[in-house]
Structures are given as C-alpha cells and as structure tokens.
Design a binder for this molecule. Sequence first.
Ligand SMILES: C[C@@H]1N[C@@H](c2cn(-c3ccccc3)nn2)[C@H](O)[C@@H]1O
Length: 446
Amino acid sequence: DTLPLEHGAHRIGNRTDADMTRWRSQRLGQFIHWGLYAIPGGEWKGKTYNGAAEWIRSWKEMPQQEYDNLYKQFNPVNYRPEEWAQQASDMGAKYMIITTKHHDGFCLWPSKYSKYTVAASPWKKDIIGPMVDAYNKKGIDVYLYFSIIDWNQPDWRAALKTPADAAAYQRFKVFVKNQLTELLQRYPTVKGFWFDGTWDDSWKNDGAFSDELEQYLQRLHPGLIIGSRLRADEKGARHFDSNSRLMGDYEQGWERKLPEKSADVHGNDWEGVMTIPENQWGYNAKWTGHIKSSNELIEMLVKSASLGGNFVINFGPKSDGTFRTEEVQRMQEIGHWMKINSSAIDGGTDAGFAKQDWGYYIRKSGTDSVYMVVCNVPVSGNLRVKLPAQTTLANVTSLEKNIISGTPELIGKNEYFIHLDHKSQDAPFVILLQTSKENRDNSSFE
Ligand SMILES: C[C@@H]1N[C@@H](c2cn(-c3ccccc3)nn2)[C@H](O)[C@@H]1O
C-alpha cells in the first residue's frame, strides 16, 4: 500500500505529449559546461587540481576570493556560437544542454537579479541568447542547465541551522524563482531545464518548494521538460518518491554511468550524461586517466537507445570560446558514424529482444523495424538472432554494403544465423531486420 504523499510524483507512467515524444526521439544530445572554471582549467599557480575542473573553487589551494574575481578575465574573443551549432549538427546531436549558471553562481546571461554575470565581465554581452539562436537555427533544441547550489549568493545555505539561516534561505528561494522566470522570458524557445545541485539538506528538506516550483514553471511554460533531479518529496526522497514513483519527466540520475539492462530503468524515460575523460565537465587543460574513444561513446549511445534512453556527451570549451582538439575529433568521428547509421538511433527504443553478445537491438519506435548494432563480431562470423515468439523475419539488410554474406540461416524455431562478410570493421555496423507478426505460413527464409 502506498503512503499518502502531497509532494510526491503527480503522474504515473511516461508523458505522452508532443514535447516529450520529440525529446524521446532525440537520442543524442550535446552537454556544454562553460564558465569561469575554464580560465584556470584545473590548474592554479603551477599546481594541478585533481578534482573536476568546474569544482576548483572548492579546492583548498584556491583562494575563493581569487576564484570569484575571475569574472574580470572572462572575455571569450574566439566564441562563435554559429560554429558551435554547426559542429553539433555535424555530430548528429538533436538537443544541447548549456550551463547558464553552475555551482559558482556566475551567470552566462545578464541577469537582473545578480551582479555576478557576464555583464560585469570584459565580454559584457549575453552568451546564452546568441547560443540558443544559433542552435535553434540548426534545428537543435536547447535545454538550460541551472544549478540550485549557488556559492556566490550570500543567502544560499547547504543546511538550515538557525532562524537566520531560514530567513536567508527564504530570500534565496525567491531569487531562484526570479532567475528561472527571467530565463524563460529571455529564451522562450528553450524546451526545458536541467537542474543540478539539489542534494543538500536545505533543498532536500523542502519538497514542497521544489514541487510548487516545478508546477509554477510548467504553468509559465507549458510542455517544459524537467528531469527527476529537481524534486524532493516531503520525506526528502529524491528522483523516486517515498512510494518509489519517478518524479519529474524522466530519470535524470544516470551521470557518468549507464543502466545495464531493461530492468534497471523500469520502463521510465531516462537520460544518461557522460564525460569524455573520467570526471571532467568544465575545461581541464590536463586530461588524465581514461579518455573515451569515439567508438566507446558510440557504443554507449547505442546501448542507451537500445534501453529506451537518451545519451548526452559533455564538452568543456576553453575560456577563449574554442574547443580542444580531442573534443573536435570526437564530434567529427561520431558525426561520420551518425551520417551512415543515424536511422538506427533517431526514434530508437528498446526492441524487447533477448540481448546477444554481438551488440544491441534498437526498435524504430512504433514500427516493426529492428536494427542490430554490431559492436563485437563473433569469431564464428555468425550473428545469432533469436526473435520473440510470434515474430517472423521478413527482410534483412545492412546500412553499409559488404556486411552480410548470403541469406540468414534458420537454425531453430524463430532463430537465425546471419553470416558476415569477413571484412574487418573499425566501428560498430548496423543490420536492419524487417520483422512481422507470425501468421500461418512459415517465414520466407525456410
Ligand atoms: C552534471 C555534473 N553534475 C555536477 C556535480 C556532480 N556532483 C557530485 C556531488 C557529490 C557526489 C557525486 C557527484 N557535484 N557536482 C558536475 O559538476 C557536473 O555539472
């Protein structure tokens, strides 16, 4: 039996409106973390910061006042949003998430509710507006990342210990609501917010506010898409309420990790966000540890689509507004792969087929088209395809030529081997299965 919750989930099951249907079809996104933290880029006075570059303000070697004064140096003379949008379009990204304000509180738009904005920097101009326009012009939807944590705001509190804390935090909540309202008024074409920094007690213990804020934003901008990270229920439960029901419009907890199997996502919409290095969101001059290759990122994208979720790759531009070589390379390589194979990704979802070692099945939503994305070619050269009951194979084709040799071999009830051409592959490749519901006569390959 369920607990009576006033500020838990208000909807059971996925949203089915046009905005969410569009979001669900846009399987590949681009995350951009850009702000003052790109100036130090993970280093300060000859010392290297070992944490995530956008958290350098919290490093004991970084005098907070000196970090806070970095706004006096923010002047991205090489910032060309049209070029950013073109390269995102070439990568095959269908939406982009931009940090309007990270935990440090620096606003990339000239907010009238804070002095700590681009207006006070040598750059002076709005960064967000030209970016939204440039991306929208390329047909790419924009979502606004907004950190509730704001280290610059004197009224921000991680926890409320005294009546003075409570009074300050009340003022802070008004400030948050004002900034979010301002963002929607300035950038009416944005499709949603990507909230972060909602794990502290001050927020967790105020489920009512997060609920009222979400409903306020929906009224202000109907159709807005907001993930599960904004909300807490009245018992402090986050993402899933105290009745284990998902809050928000999709599960937004998959950060630098992905679900393994369908059961991990419970049929909910979800999104995974991923860094190219192990854990750097903002620009870090020295990338250390494992840097993901384009093939690794492509496989994560394919895996996400096969499990009915979106996959967002993060990029951290330099303080001058340009992207590092490794990131440009990833966007170009992924774009090359998407040019050939995006039909398997766009509008893709869980096919409900038994997982095979060679890779992933992705169903084109609402159709009988099931794509096989092969990431691990078996030494046998045979791809086993086990169809669900009452399903027959009507046609098999590959998106590139010289992949399949001969016609599929029936090896058992609803089971086939697809024989591969012995050409070596240097990237995942795609085979399209046209299936159909079982009827009386047998499959055409028998
Ligand atoms: C999307 C990513 N979320 C931010 C983050 C994550 N975390 C965090 C904090 C505590 C535990 C695990 C992760 N803190 N900040 C990162 O800075 C980046 O913005």
